[in-house]
Design a protein around this ligand. Structure first.
Ligand code: CO
Length: 141
């Protein structure tokens, strides 16, 4: 598909503070920002790795989808994200071929972007985030 690029890996953690002690304190990755994304029930820490980004996701409460993920599967890789020009077009194409979205429509994601997720049950146990937005949103300067 034209214009698709790999954007980031999202990692579910119980505590940003503990995870940052490793990613920042040991690996030396640069913490770009932390942001509460209430709609997704998470606090996100974005770390730069040079060419791409790691997102650490700490649940805001027990009802957060990320809390449920950790409860079921433990901490670990939660999703991978591709930036696309038109996320809903990809979702529609996926549905046509039997790859289901987690929910309908776009949701507000981190950095003012609009996102959709594909259900990992249909996408080989890896949740896929599709992210679109203003060309400069969430971009490194
Ligand atoms: Co993400």
């Amino acid at each position: 598909m034209d214009g698709i690029t790999f954007d980031h890996v999202g990692i579910a953690v119980e505590s940003l503070e503990k995870a940052l002690a490793f990613y920042q304190g040991v690996l030396g990755l640069k913490l770009e920002e932390t942001e509460v994304v209430a709609g997704q029930g998470v606090k996100v820490a974005k770390l730069h790795t040079g060419k791409t980004t790691i997102e650490l996701l700490e649940p805001l409460g027990p009802d957060s989808p990320v809390a449920k993920f950790i409860e079921k599967r433990g901490e670990g890789i939660h999703h991978i994200c591709f930036e696309v020009p038109d996320a809903l077009a990809v979702v529609a194409k996926g549905k046509e071929k039997g790859f289901d979205p987690v929910s309908e429509g776009l949701k507000p994601g981190a950095s003012g972007r609009q996102v959709a997720f594909l259900n990992p049950k249909s996408t080989f146990k890896v949740m896929i985030e599709l992210s679109q937005g203003p060309a400069d949103a969430g971009k490194k300067k």
